[in-house]
Design a protein around this ligand. Structure first.
Ligand code: F6R
Length: 234
């Protein structure tokens, strides 16, 4: 695991952007993408650059169940707004949250992941150590599945909604097994509230109680932190 502790989000996002660029120059064609606040600086770098992503494929980690792609709280909308409108990809995949037939969504997404193996995966991490929407207890070999979000995750995500009652309680997510198949993983984490999860991910026991601890077994992962997120590292 390569760990980079940076001055701030700006420097971290610049480093992530450079690493992604290097991967693309070296032939990466399929990018795994995340939503949330952690990759926003990276997406800003991507949209303000002159780099053309229109021959690449993107595959997002997850989507809330029950939200239409046009819903401003959906991850479809988030990606369109923060990246795809300015930088279109050849194909962009996000689980279809408006399809309540979970088996159909899951089979389709697993097929997509089998067709387009991810070269570089961008990740954030939840305060409870989740990656994607893989909550504590998720098996490390899991594929795409539907999850019930924990109260901790619903509360953490409530900041994007008018009230925590509006936060969907279920999501479709790529599994840990699919995430760790990526050739290179770039994980971004910022702020004090991530410090505990980051320390457990890096120095703790490899356990399903901390989903991100599965990443200790990955051969090529770069973790980019600000000082606050790195503050509990031994
Ligand atoms: C988002 C995702 C989540 C987030 C995590 C951190 O697609 O899969 O695992 O990466 O919840 O969220 P932020 O970056 O908002 O702190």
């Amino acid at each position: 695991m390569k760990i980079l502790v940076t001055k701030n989000k700006e420097e971290a996002s610049q480093k992530a952007f450079k690493l992604l660029q290097t991967d693309i120059i070296n032939g990466a064609q399929v990018l795994g993408l995340a939503t949330g606040s952690s990759p926003l600086g990276l997406y800003q770098k991507m949209t303000s650059s002159s780099v053309d992503y229109s021959s690449l494929i993107s595959i997002n980690l997850d989507e809330y169940v029950g939200l239409k792609p046009t819903d401003p709280q959906s991850y479809h909308y988030f990606m369109e707004h923060h990246l795809f409108a300015q930088k279109p990809f050849a194909k962009s995949f996000i689980p279809d949250g408006s399809n309540l037939n979970a088996t159909e969504v899951i089979n389709h997404y697993n097929q997509i992941l089998a067709t387009y193996p991810i070269d570089t995966q961008i990740l954030g991490i939840g305060n409870n150590g989740h990656i994607g929407f893989n909550e504590p207890g998720t098996p490390f070999d899991s594929q795409t599945h539907k999850v019930k979000l924990t109260l901790a995750t619903i509360n953490a995500n409530a900041r994007f909604f008018t009230s925590s009652k509006d936060v969907p309680t279920e999501a479709y997510t790529m599994g840990i097994g699919s995430i760790i198949k990526a050739k290179h993983i770039i994980l971004l984490a910022f702020g004090e509230q991530k410090a505990d999860a980051i320390n457990k991910m890096i120095n703790g026991k490899v356990t399903t109680a901390v989903p991100a601890s599965a990443l200790q077994q990955h051969p090529n992962i770069t973790v980019i932190l600000d000082k606050q997120a790195a503050s509990k590292l031994a």
